[in-house]
Design a protein around this ligand. Sequence first.
Ligand code: FES
Length: 210
Amino acid sequence: MSEVTRFTHGSRIPGWDQSTDPSKPAAAIPDPATTTVPEELRAAIEAEIAKYPERRSALIPALHHAQEHHGWCSPEAIEQVACVMRLTPGEVAAVVTFYDMFESKPVGKNTIYVCTNISCSLNGGDRILAAMRDAAGDDPDFNIRGFECLGACDMAPMASINGEYVGPLTDEDCNQVIAQLTAGETPLPAKQLSLRPCADAAGRTGGDGQ
Ligand code: FES
């Protein structure tokens, strides 16, 4: 639940300050005969690969599946994705460490990204982040981070809660979000973007079906 570390030169990439041995041969593409991949994960990755002309184009959705399966992009998860995608672990790890939404360390199962970029910040985003952290306390089930613009400025201040966009948020909402997630309930359904009423019948996705 700690904030993403920013080093003095701005990098958030783990391992940037660790030396490597360039004479060491790079890890090869994992051998499918010796790499165990959970069947469900393999099927999900293959389904993503089928959507693109180039296998490697499916790497980001494949990593989402692996993160969902393992809880984070562990070395084992990276090995499995590399095996199915026919990439080296190094190529996969490079993408994991580039994108903020991929976790390269174990984290709590509930991920809350509170936007603290300009529109949200002007509407109290930093206060919401602090309130969310206060509400969660030391509960290891929560991974709460400040995040750059999530592209939903019209609902500022907002957060991505386990992948669902929710907003505009108030300080009081934060206690409710934590309580609902702890109870296994949908957090603030009335404020979820995907559950908003939609005028276009073809665009209706569920929720209350409106
Ligand atoms: S600034 Fe928060 S969603 Fe854009």
